[in-house]
Design a protein around this ligand. Sequence first.
Ligand code: NAP
Length: 277
Amino acid sequence: MAAIIVSGRAIREVILEELKPELECLSIGRAMKLSVLQLFPQVPDEVYTSSLRRVAEKLGFQVEVINHETKDDLVNSIMMGNEDEGVDGIMIQTPEKADYLYFTSLIVPEKDVDGASPMNLGRLIRKDKGLRPATADAVIRIIKETGFDVKGKNACIVGRSFRSGLPIAIMLMNEDATCTICHSHTKDISIYTREADILVAAVGKPGLITGRMVKEGAFVVDVGINEVDGKIVGDVLFEEVAERSSFITPVPGGVGSVTDIMIFRNLIKGVRMRYEK
Ligand code: NAP
């Protein structure tokens, strides 16, 4: 079987068109603004920011990027962004995972466009109204966009971070999939990946998922973003996994492209929540 390659870029365009009429209804008299707050900026984060800017331009949004040399400065910026009526969404880019968890916990829920704050993660678990984690939202939308039925399927999610693996598992479970989560202490992940109708790799290790680890006909979603020899690759060995699967997302041009637009979808949702208060 040769897989259908699911283009995140094409899905991003579909979502862009969906958002335009929503924006027309939600006229706030100024361009909406996303504030990206970076601590000790790194090259991949800059790459990410430039792709966000491209999407923002298509929607007529502003993106400001503020770099910080100290954690105290970053805390101050978050507090100011929370209060500033001209800032509609806040994103944090930090090299350390623990820092990311801490700083995102300071963002008011309606401006937390990555859906990473304790309030938004809690709302996800409770299925309450809130901003969903953008990457997980992207994964679900990609699968649904193909018409693949999630209900009753076995899903294996490799990776359990608060930012990607765990929310992806919760959202797939909310769609009635039966989920297994693997992590760095799982003895042999292939026992679980081989049973999966939906396999999501969200680890950050190039080549982790090989062809023999994948069930024939599976839907494979590659969340990983890794730099190898100056090239961006995912966690999945694309060529050999594409031979066995029914659908596969590429890297680049897969999940990351849809995550970008989900950030702005969250921003619009957050503006509506603020103005409806
Ligand atoms: P993370 O916080 O480092 O989490 C990685 C997860 O993988 C952890 O749960 C870890 O287990 C698990 N893990 C590590 N080695 C493993 C192994 N050999 N076998 C099985 N599990 C293993 O990373 P993250 O922030 O979730 O990001 C994961 C990847 O996705 C990165 O490449 C990142 O750049 C990318 N990403 C992409 C997007 C997008 O929109 N496309 C968005 C966010 C992140 P433990 O919990 O036991 O440590």
